[in-house]
Design a protein around this ligand. Structure first.
Ligand SMILES: [Zn+2]
Length: 342
């Protein structure tokens, strides 16, 4: 069985026209230019299929999907203040979601040790029946839902390091204990959700982990939160698959966020997550979300691929004694559900 790392893509990502908008086709073009220069770092390029409609409807109601299809067929326009579609956007969204779902199959079937699904539009703001924040369908939520429903997994972990809160993903899995959703996001910032007090509901209490950070949050803070919160949570939860909402708008050059993350931070977070997945014997797949400084986005995706490839040596998560105060506060808050973090 082939087992090369996989890069999932589709040409329709370049046809989702948004006009003068930060979420633009040039994002994909910039990433492609960067990766082409290093022969995709050995990743095998796979063309993403359109998502199966039954899989899509497991998260997004048929009437909502039909409304997006109609809006695009009618020539497009703004669905809300931020979210715009054009005639090819529906096709692009079907392949963006299809890529994330295909990635799950490749990972679980042992055909790829790790993978990156890189499409437009992004997904983590999309609610079941509402497009928002440049997102139409929630690609990573569809992938997780598919892993649970169609592939029979019982536990999936999603780490969202996009600078914005992944409100759609948070909502979709709010009441379940089968998806552990962890988001590190700047606050205050769009969409204004994801306070630390939001820990999930019902059976899902303790399974939504929201970590707002102040503007200026840097590599050290993001990496500490991954090392001292995400890694021990993964060790306790023992997911069967790790998915990453990989947005790059916490980069210091990004025009939408006010954080100070650099390529080193993205490499560090990737290495830590890959390392814990290695320890757990599970696979990890990234789904592209935001990132609007074209050069920074392209370089950051490249270092993520490189870090996924690096042989990892498991390093102890530690107790976070030397970590920033936010780490201790988050561990204390989570301890009722996750005693290992106490
Ligand atoms: Zn974002």
């Amino acid at each position: 069985m082939p087992s090369a790392p996989v890069w999932l893509e589709h040409p329709s990502s370049l046809l989702h026209e948004t006009g003068p908008h930060p979420e633009q086709p040039a994002r994909i073009a910039a990433i492609e230019r960067e990766l082409a220069a290093s022969d995709w770092l050995g990743f095998e390029r796979v063309t993403s299929p359109a998502i199966d409609r039954a899989v899509l409807h497991a998260v997004h109601p048929e009437a909502y999907v039909a409304s997006i299809e109609r809006a695009c067929a009618d020539g497009g326009g703004y669905l809300d203040a931020d979210t715009v579609v054009s005639p090819h956007s529906f096709e692009a969204a079907l392949h963006a979601a299809g890529g994330a779902v295909r990635m799950v199959d490749l990972l679980l079937d042992g055909e790829a040790p790790y993978a990156f699904s890189a499409h437009r539009p992004p997904g983590h703001h999309a609610l079941p029946a509402r497009a928002m924040g440049f997102c139409l369908f929630n690609n990573i939520a569809l992938a997780a839902r598919y892993a649970l429903d169609a592939r029979g997994l019982e536990r999936v972990m999603i780490v969202d390091w996009d600078v914005h809160h992944g409100n759609g993903t948070n909502d979709i899995f709010h009441a379940t204990d089968r998806v552990l959703f962890l988001s590190i996001h700047q606050s205050p910032l769009y969409p204004g959700t994801g306070p630390a007090s939001d820990v999930g509901s019902g059976d899902g209490r303790g399974f939504s982990v929201n970590i707002p950070v102040a503007p200026g949050a840097d590599d050290r803070l993001f990496c500490s939160l991954v090392d001292h919160i995400a890694v021990p949570l993964a060790q306790s939860f023992a997911p069967q698959l790790m998915l990453v909402s990989a947005g790059y708008d916490a980069h210091r050059e990004d025009p939408l966020g006010s954080c100070e993350v650099t390529e080193d931070g993205y490499a560090g977070m990737t290495r830590s997550l890959r390392s814990v997945c290695e320890t757990l014997g599970i696979r990890v797949g990234c789904v592209l979300e935001g990132g609007y400084a074209l050069g920074a986005l392209a370089r950051s995706v490249a270092v993520t691929l490189a870090a996924l490839k690096e042989p990892v040596s498991a390093r102890p998560a530690g107790d976070g004694d030397d970590a920033p105060p936010l780490v201790g506060q988050a561990r204390e808050r989570l301890a009722p559900w996750w005693p290992a973090l106490a």
